[in-house]
Design a protein around this ligand. Sequence first.
Ligand code: HEM
Length: 527
Amino acid sequence: MLLLAAINLPVIAVVINVLRQLLLPRDPSLPPEVFHWLPFVGSAASYGNDPMSFFFQCREKYGDVFTFILLGRRVTVALGPKGNNFILGGKSTTFNAEDAYTHLTTPVFGKDVVYDVPNEVFMEQKRFVKVGLSMDNLKAYVGMIEEEVENFLNHDGQFLTYQIGDINEWGQFDVSKVLAEITILTASRTLQGREVREGLDKTFAQLYTDLDGGFTPINFMFPNLPLESYRKRDRAQAKMSKYYTDIIEKRRQNPNHEDEHDMIAALMSQKYKDGRPLRDHEIAHILIALLMAGQHTSSATGSWIVLHLANNPEVAEALYQEQVKHFMGPDGKFRSMTYDELRELPVLDSVIRETLRRHPPIHSIMRKVRDDVPVPATLAAPASGKNRDRTYVIPKGHFVLASPLVSQVDPKTWRDPLKWDPYRWSDPEGVAAQAYNEYYDEKGEKVDYGFGAVSKGTDSPYQPFGAGRHRCIGEQFAYLQLGTIVATLIRKLELRMEQPMPGHNYHTMITMPTLPCKVVYRRRAFD
Ligand code: HEM
């Protein structure tokens, strides 16, 4: 009897949940709720497996604003440029990032930085990082990145055909694996500094792997589980924090001119508004945060670029010819690029922009609502057209979610939105150019959230780096890193695709290509 009741309990819960949604009158001030069979679990499977299809299907049924259940959390989504503007342009006291993310990020980054401090302190920390990403520093990085990529091709075991094969021999490499390795090598050689780059060949690499194992959607949903991966995360955080504080200590005792362009040096020389210098553990934890923020985003983007170039040899050829035109000498040898030159390469630029449009690494940007917040009527018009003058209120405690991914592939805005077409960025009158101008508008509205004036950009349908006060500060670095990596690879390799184009793996924090993810290559005659 007891057993029968136990078996029936879940069924009863499902029935009550369904009847509640179908029969009980709903508070008309709440946004529509996405229908779901399982209480607590809600729409976790549809959202988690394919957020893009989930959002488009929900928009069809419920309009631009709706709430779905995600493992017990109530998440209200606001789609389209107006939705992005509403959430990303909102006040941090209403739409709060710390409340949404700290349980995921603080165990990984460490205490007293980013979402473990009040927003105004984090904005100061972003200002410190921007100093480290000065034009002078970026200029010093191009050559270092070229050298790391060349070294990798010349010495890594995954490129044996490149190293010892004939010019016409085709080899193969795993794109996401190679790009992950090149990304961390180049980021540590430049931003993170000499000691971290040296540690990558030894202890640092394992610490990074263990820490990264604690930065997954499971950690976002369940901050503390009695699992080995959580324990490894905590041990790695403590050791990595010490790794950096030891570096800082040593540098204080033996200042070295060579280190002047890296982020540790930049952070060691700055002060909060009240005159206090950063404490060593704050510097350490900001460095960890930057490592985590930049690694998967850049390596995923780099992977998609290489895959598309292999799949579109004519674009790869245009990119190669652009390199030949600007950088090949009469002896058939390439010279190094400068940062200013890198920024003036239209094919390379369009390839990066288009890849970030089609595959933004972050598909969902979340905040937590601190006070009941009304949704502007222009944004919340229900799909059916009924009740157009209704004003929804998002209750305190809900998560809100903006998805630049949806506006970046919305057929209402973009022609052939799912096609990877870098040339859409060449038309000065086209939608892409317009979206780009709105995002970077030099003449438009600039806001200083505490880390220097940035274009607001919250209205644009193109926002791969977010918008508003939480807008990415790694953008110029990411462009430089990706541009240099891709240009160096394309100078050396001809690429081809021999498998179907991979799909999107949404089960990781950052959207990655699904496996297998391989391309074939051969060494170019002139490199
Ligand atoms: C914020 C994307 C590379 C550091 C963001 C946000 C996005 C983003 C969408 C907004 C997050 C939000 O509003 O919650 C990307 C992409 C990258 C990239 C697509 C590469 C292709 C980097 C790199 C760094 C970095 C290389 C560090 C050097 C940051 C930081 C923030 C941020 C510090 C601020 C977070 C906040 O204010 O809450 N990034 N990012 N990112 N990113 Fe990036």
